[in-house]
Structures are given as structure tokens and as C-alpha cells.
Design a protein around this ligand. Sequence first.
Ligand code: BYC
Length: 326
Amino acid sequence: MYGGGNIFEKPENEIQEDPVKLAEFEARILAGEKIEPTDWMPKEYRKQLIRMIEQHAHSEIIGALPEGTWITRAPGFRRKLALMAKVQDEVGHAQLLYSAAETLGKPREDMINDLISGKSKYSNVFNYPAVTWADTAIIAWLIDAGAIINQVANSKGSYGPYCRALERICQEESFHLKYGHDNVVFLATGTQKQRQMVQEALNRWWPPIMHFFGPSDKISVHTETLMRWKVKMASNDDMRQKFLDMYVPKIWDLGLTIPDPKLKKNEETGTWEYTEPDWKEFKRVINGDGPCNAERLAVRKMSEEKGKWVREALLNRNEMYSVPLS
Ligand code: BYC
């Protein structure tokens, strides 16, 4: 268990900016204006946005994998159709996000290469296996719930293309959440075996879900800068609290238990108390050493290699069209 001190390194911000331009930029942010791709922006703002949007895009395509492995094994035709549509949506979200990140100057190919080489991160949660069908139900309900809390907040942020992508993504995520909730309710009100299956899935996913919102505010390295520039509209701990507020009662209503004996709401302060998540485990997983990291990247690498001929064919087609007709 993590016992104190910062386990993440704070980046040195050595980039000098024109103070007048920086002040104008910060005044625009303060006034709630949206920053667009052709506007002046500090290099660090651009760099941070690329990092965050790119990680988010990677999380969507890698996030399609744990649920995707259940498409062929979904219990029944309707569940299969719904899961296929969800997985397809997640990949679509990645497309929107890669396009938003490209507006900041990083080519998509570089982003994909950085994902496959392990240079870029993606969400911790997708490095765990979906062991049973109930795991997919918990992912679709609770991970999507966490994602909505994060994305609704950040869609009110400062960078236009990211905010617009998030708005569209949230519409689809709210449908995923309904699908996940329906699945969990079905299992939690089913046979004893189904109830046990969904409880075990919740036990497996609870620690990664608590990690999902990012390290605690005490040790988060980017929150302060990103909140000042309205890229992040809530801190990691505030988002975690909001999730607990909204979803713990719903989980308990279904007769499920949460695997944290310390979890309770402090009625005086209005905040949830919980066992401090294991940040060392979190750091290990996001840096490549989780149960499924190697498998997830191997699948992406394979799909990148197998899709090469399609991309080349499309490129040739474009070249054909760009030949002058005269
Ligand atoms: N996982 O300073 P901090 C979905 C890293 S997909 C991995 O607090 P920040 C879905 C962080 O990058 C939606 N790494 O960072 C898809 C940093 O490392 P670097 C996923 C994490 O950026 C398919 C270090 O830890 N959502 O819903 O201020 C199926 C220190 O952290 C994580 C997003 O991507 C993590 N959970 O805040 C179903 C949202 N947390 O880069 C569902 C967009 C932290 O310095 N991202 N790290 O090496 C964000 O909102 C923010 O990046 C975070 C972290 C709140 C996650």
C-alpha cells in the first residue's frame, strides 16, 4: 500500500513564453472563451493537451478490447447486437479524439506508433481481463459512468475541438451506461449463480475503478496547471467523490457489496471515506506491468500490421483523385 511521498515526477516547465501573449491567453481562458487550433497558445498548453487527448484516444481503442473479446460469447442475440454497437462506438470515439489531437500538430501515425511502442499511456482499467460476462456488465455500467463524470466536466473546458468531441462522446456513453446498468440489474436480480458472478466481477473491478480518476490530488502532477488552463474542470479526487456519491447508493440498492470495509460517507463533511487506493500498483500498471498490458499492445500491433494494406490502398486512391484532370 502506498504510504506517502510523491511517486510521480513533476515535469520541469522550462519553456519561456512571451509574457504579453501569455497574459492575453490566460485572460481569454478566465473569460471562458474557447481556444481554437489556429489561436496562439503556450507550448506547454499544446503539449499537455496532446498528452491528455492522445491518452484518451488510446483508451478508447484499447478499451474496446476487454469487452470486444465477449462479442462472440454474448448471452443471446440482443446482447450481442448491443455489445457490438458499443464496441463500435468506442472505436468511433477514438477517431474523434485522434482528430482533435491532430489539430494540435501531432500526426495520427506518430500517436499510434507511440501507443504500440509503449511510450504513450492509456487508461489503467483496460489492463485487466474481462473474466466473465459480468465483467463486461460492470465495465459498461461503472467505467462508462466514471468516463461520463470526467467527460461532462471537461466538455466545458477551454480547447474547442476537445470539448466538441467530448460532447458527442458523452451522448453515446450515456447509452452505454443504460446498457451496462440493464445488464447488471439482470444479473443482480437473477439466479444465485448470476448474482455471485456479478459480485465477483465488482470485486475485481473496484480497485481499478478507484484508480480510474487518477492519483489523489496530493500526488497528481498535472492537475494544478490543467485546471488553471481549464483543460481539466475538476480534480481527480473531486471526480472520484462525485462517482461515489452517484453510484455507491445504486450499487447497494442492488444488494451488491463494495469490497472496501472503510467505505462510508462522512455525514458531517459530506465526503466519502475509503481505503487509500494502492498507488504503487496503479503506477506499475500504467507503466506497462499490469496483467494484460502486453496482450493489449500485441493486439493493437497486429491490427496495425494487418490494416496496413487498407491504409495504403486508401492513400493510392487519394493520389489517383489528386491527379489533375486536364
Ligand atoms: N490511467 O497528474 P495526473 C472509456 C497518469 S475511455 C492511466 O493526475 P492528469 C471507455 C497521467 O497520465 C475514457 N494513466 O494526470 C473506453 C500521468 O502520467 P504522465 C478514459 C493515468 O492528466 C472503452 C500520471 O498518471 N478517460 O471510458 O492531470 C470502453 C499522473 O496523473 C490515469 C480519459 O482518458 C489513468 N486512469 O489526470 C469503456 C479521460 N490517471 O502522462 C469505456 C481523459 C492518471 O505524466 N484524461 N494517469 O506520464 C483525463 O481526464 C486525465 O488525464 C486523468 C489524469 C484524470 C485521467
